[in-house]
Design a protein around this ligand. Structure first.
Ligand SMILES: *Cc1c(COP(=O)(O)O)cnc(C)c1O
Length: 368
């Protein structure tokens, strides 16, 4: 790997393969695998990641918004794509691009049936979402009769799957709550099947669900973060490999005297003679202001350098008084060893947030 000479996000497709195989090894052989590639595949690149997953013969893909699915179809992805959070305004596009909507309330159900009928569709696959305790999106168990009657009254759509989402699958203090979600989903699914006369696929596990609740794998699982190398627990993290490495370079080194200040609003004051490095990555690249003022850090020549002062739009300054380094040297913001989850923790957030924040102006570089 050549050293970074500008800000780059390196994507290790070999690590993606490894994570995919590891997660698959947790499943029964006939359990299907849906890969979640929303938000630019957790900040990496949805097209490249989806192409790679297609080569690995993933069964399904999921995105959050319709537009994300359109991008994948335009790039030639042919795997079925579930759109987790579509709006009625997107329904014509959904059908035009062969995307499959999550149907999460009565309004969306009626609107999709209307568009599917207008478009003369026959058994168009949809995925019915049930709320079992997250209280975010989805029908209630008591809606089953209504949904079944609407489905029976039209030939335009069919329930390819019914699904739910766990609220705290990574939290082992919430096993009881999660078990209640699983039971409630199974009951709903049973009554849905009985009413409908056919059996849609069932799915409710995200990455931590795959790891912690094998009895809830059902017909398919939906993995996001695990594919990108994070498992929500130290033990699982050992088995997974972060796919993305964010690297940059030292643009300039400054020697400053005691009492001098660094950056906007003079937020940092040197305690003595100090050395700082300016790095071309800022809040517009995804390193939010919450990482400033010694919360966040980077690595230079294997040593940790805290971010000092406020994060600028296009730059951060770090303290390198204790580090032997030069202008042009590589800077690691995170990689497979210096984990994004540790940096995220320094500012009280999680790997999901720091990964998905990496903005599109950061160059992506893929290797296998
Ligand atoms: C994002 C998302 C997932 C993936 O969750 P991970 O924790 O990243 O594995 C699965 N299902 C739904 C409904 C989601 O929104």
């Amino acid at each position: 790997m050549p050293k970074a000479n500008e800000t780059v996000l390196e994507i290790d497709l070999g690590a993606l393969t490894q994570n995919f195989n590891y997660l698959k090894s947790k499943l029964q052989p006939n359990t299907k695998f849906l890969a979640v590639v929303k938000a630019f595949a957790y900040g990496s690149d949805s097209v490249e990641i989806a192409k790679h997953l297609e080569k690995l013969e993933v069964d399904y893909l999921a995105v959050a918004y319709t537009k994300e699915g359109v991008v994948l179809r335009d790039a030639g992805i042919t795997t079925p794509i579930l759109v987790l959070h579509p709006q009625p305004v997107n329904f014509k596009t959904i059908i035009e691009y062969c995307l499959e909507p999550s149907i999460y309330n009565v309004k969306v159900l009626k609107a999709f049936i209307k568009v599917a009928e207008e478009q003369k569709q026959n058994n168009y696959p949809v995925h019915i979402k049930f709320n079992t305790g997250l209280n975010r999106l989805g029908f209630w168990e008591s809606d089953v009769d209504y949904i079944a009657s609407k489905l029976k009254a039209t030939r335009s759509i069919m329930a390819k799957s019914i699904f739910s989402h766990l609220a705290a699958s990574e939290d082992l203090n919430e096993i009881e709550f999660t078990n209640r979600q699983i039971e409630s989903f199974k009951t709903t699914a049973k009554s849905f099947e009985d009413q409908l006369g056919y059996r849609p696929w069932l799915h409710m596990c995200n990455t931590s669900g795959v790891i912690n609740y094998p009895e809830a794998h059902l017909d398919m699982v939906r993995c996001g973060i695990g594919l990108y190398g994070f498992g929500n627990s130290a033990e699982e993290d050992k088995m997974l490999k972060p796919v993305a490495s964010l690297k940059s370079v030292i643009s300039q080194i400054h020697m400053i005297e005691k009492g001098e200040t660094v950056g906007y609003n003079r937020a940092y004051t040197a305690k003595g003679f100090e050395k700082t490095a300016t790095i071309p990555i800022g809040h517009a690249d995804g390193i939010g202001r919450q990482y400033g003022n010694k919360k966040g850090f980077v690595f230079i020549n294997g040593k940790k350098a805290p971010i000092i002062g406020n994060v600028c739009m296009d730059m951060i300054m770090v303290n390198i008084t204790h580090i032997d380094c030069n202008e042009g040297d590589e800077v690691i913001i995170f990689d497979a060893n210096n984990k994004a989850s540790d940096l995220a923790e320094s500012a009280n957030t999680i790997s999901y947030e720091i990964l998905t924040a990496i903005s599109q102006r950061v160059k992506r570089y893929f290797y296998n």
